[in-house]
Ligand binder design. Structure first.
Ligand code: APR
Length: 316
């Protein structure tokens, strides 16, 4: 079987890590595209020269030409500005919409059969724009946010409880903004509801406080990294998260991953991209898995969905 091909649009911080992860995991040949001359070529040359050390047999190529993404099975988009301290993701909409418009046109023309994963922010709006411009079916255009938001939540829980991150199963819903919905009730450690363990440790009142702090930290986790870095936003964890989605598609694993997907009535939302649990396989975003929300969770979801709707409405 011929090797699979992964095109990465945007050769900045996330793009570079994506290229390296694709190579290390031998997911397929990699093309790294950027408008800055020399940047993708330099990064990919650097990665390729590590191949004899790491032992990966894939090609890693940098380019400034969309023609080179032809035949890509997966396209991951990180083109666009990252946040600076004090900015919200939504502040990026005007400049990143222009970038996404040109990127989506390039993908439409040169990789018409690809599964597209968008990472550029503001995520929910950028995925919407990418799908509108490519005209690809909704199951082939998704956004990465929920895998990362859930991973952050899981990490905080694992650190708090002193257990392996591997045994925490956490899920977040909604938009990739400050209103995202970490679902405490559906979060567990080896199947044990997380609140049960926190209550054993702290008693009910303090457990609720500790959880509230972790939920708050999860919502602001991207900003926490931005405030520390000062020159950009998170890049290792967003790259790992998108790779999990790409890998599930390429291997038809049917992993259930929190994904920014187009809803057609699920969760009471119609015609909008929002983060929900999705089965990702060879058919792209194959199926949305629904779960029952209580009144409080539904209210948080509604608030998050409204924020996404308002933002998407500002797209030209
Ligand atoms: N086409 C392709 N690439 C572009 C374009 C364009 N029209 N415009 C800008 N770029 C490239 C830049 O040259 C840069 O190399 O996008 C890259 C973005 O890289 P970084 O600035 O390092 O940003 P990064 O940290 O990778 O984040 C990218 O993902 O998480 C989001 O908020 C983040 O929107 C940001 C995006």
């Amino acid at each position: 079987m011929a090797r699979r091909k992964i095109a990465l649009i945007g050769g900045g911080q996330i793009g570079g890590v994506l290229a390296q992860l694709c190579a290390l995991r031998e997911l397929g040949d990699v093309v790294l595209f950027d408008i800055v001359e020399g940047l993708p070529q330099g990064k990919t040359l650097d990665i390729a020269e590590a191949a004899p050390v790491d032992g990966f047999d894939v090609q890693v190529k940098g380019t400034n030409s969309y023609a080179d993404i032809a035949g890509a099975d997966v396209v991951i988009v990180t083109a666009g500005l990252p946040r600076k301290p004090g900015m919200s993701r939504d502040d990026l909409i005007s400049v990143n919409s222009k970038i996404m418009t040109s990127v989506a046109e390039g993908i439409k023309q040169h990789a018409p059969n690809a599964f597209v994963i968008v990472i550029s922010n503001p995520l929910d709006a950028m995925v919407t724009l990418c799908q509108r411009i490519t005209g690809f079916p909704h199951n082939r255009v998704v956004g990465q946010a929920g895998v990362l938001d859930s991973a952050r939540f899981a990490a905080f829980i694992a650190w708090e409880l002193g257990v392996s991150v591997k045994d925490v199963s956490a899920v977040t819903l909604g938009g990739h903004g400050d209103d995202m919905v970490p679902l405490v009730r559906y979060t567990s450690v080896c199947g044990i509801p997380v609140m049960e363990l926190l209550e054993q440790k702290y008693g009910a009142a303090k457990a609720a406080e500790v959880m509230a702090a972790m939920v708050k930290r999860t919502r602001g986790a991207g900003g926490e990294v931005v405030a520390l870095l000062k020159t950009g936003s998170a890049f290792y964890s967003p790259a790992s998260s998108a790779i999990a989605m790409a890998e599930s598609f390429l291997k038809d694993s049917k992993r259930v991953l929190p994904t920014c997907a187009f809803l057609k009535g699920e969760f009471g939302v119609d015609g909008l991209y929002v983060g929900v649990p999705v089965v990702i396989g060879a058919g792209g975003a194959e199926r949305v898995l629904q779960l029952k929300l209580n009144a409080e969770e539904q209210a948080m979801m509604d608030k998050s969905v409204k924020a996404v709707k308002d933002l998407v409405a500002t797209l030209k």
